[in-house]
Design a binder for this molecule. Sequence first.
Ligand SMILES: Nc1ncnc2c1ncn2[C@@H]1O[C@H](COP(=O)(O)OP(=O)(O)OP(=O)(O)O)[C@@H](O)[C@H]1O
Ligand SMILES: [Mg+2]
Length: 355
Amino acid sequence: MTGSVLIVDDDQTSLAALESILDGQGYNIIRASNGSDALQKADALIPDLILVDVMMPVMDGFEVCKRIRATPKLAEMPIIILTALDDRASRLLGIESGADDFLTKPVDRQELRLRVHTIIRLNRYRTLLTQRENLRRLAESVITAQEEERKRLSRELHDDLGQALIAHILNLHNLQKDLPLEVDLLNKRIDALTADTNQTLNKMRFLAQNIRPTLLDTLGLRTALETYSYEFGLRTGLRVLFEADPEIPEIPDAHAITLYRILQETLTNVLKHSKANQVWVELNIDEHSIVLTVQDNGIGFTLTQTAPNSGIGITGIRERLTLVGGKLVISTSASKGTVISAHIPLTQTQDTGTA
Ligand SMILES: Nc1ncnc2c1ncn2[C@@H]1O[C@H](COP(=O)(O)OP(=O)(O)OP(=O)(O)O)[C@@H](O)[C@H]1O
Ligand SMILES: [Mg+2]
């Protein structure tokens, strides 16, 4: 079975012995020789299982276990504690610190292999269930968001554009009724009608641009994002600075529209939640990805593992990115504000040929 196992033990001989038991089982073995090394590797490499020795100087196995459970990103990671102390007290301590299972040293080869195998299999199953649940929630939120969007469009078409056109027809009727008019007066009335028509046209353009940002098709991603940032600044009074790499390759439409929608949601979030007065929007090529970064100088927020009652904006961003093979990175603090970056991998042809 494939999977990665992080083995944590300060004693090199014992570490090598554990590794040799799991050798040839198809696992990718990661070693750590102390608690802080283990926490770092767990965070960076997200193993499928951690095997941790209890007796270690500075940070013992119980403490490693507690800290992993206290880190939202790692909290669900399976942990087996290896203990030479086969007594009730240390087992209780192990349970208290959040271990899933115990093995007594010296470990029985067969028992270790079986436990590791079972836990990795169960963990895979649990991950699969979580993914399925996330997909179900995504489908639900997409349908709800789509319905909300339709309602909003229908309302704007009916109330806003519809009313404006009815008023326009009435004005034309009145004009006709009042004919003949002096040329000056006629000109004034026609000017007023033209101004109204232009206003209605602008509303319609704004609505159309929101449904499908045609700028993406006509002027490309960089200009579309720049224009959106600029107009958002004008509309809201927020200072929005835009910067982009000079050479942005052409990317598939689905990727471009994803980045456009992410910019809309993140700028709206900055306006709604951050109390910032400045936002920096950047579009860069970073190694083999295209990266959109939106940074504000606001109040930041707490990244909780699951917040069922909060909105669906950020969840939607994550899901949109997953669909195009990308990822979202958020860094936020009260003193530095929030930095949100969306990474989408470039395909090989985009990677080499820039347009
Ligand atoms: N730039 C930001 N600064 C401060 N807090 C933020 C920022 N972006 C998001 N948040 C916090 O994260 C929460 C989740 O954001 P999300 O976009 O998912 O939901 P929402 O904006 O509350 O609702 P929705 O997007 O569904 O209308 C927000 O409620 C807010 O507390
Ligand atoms: Mg939002």
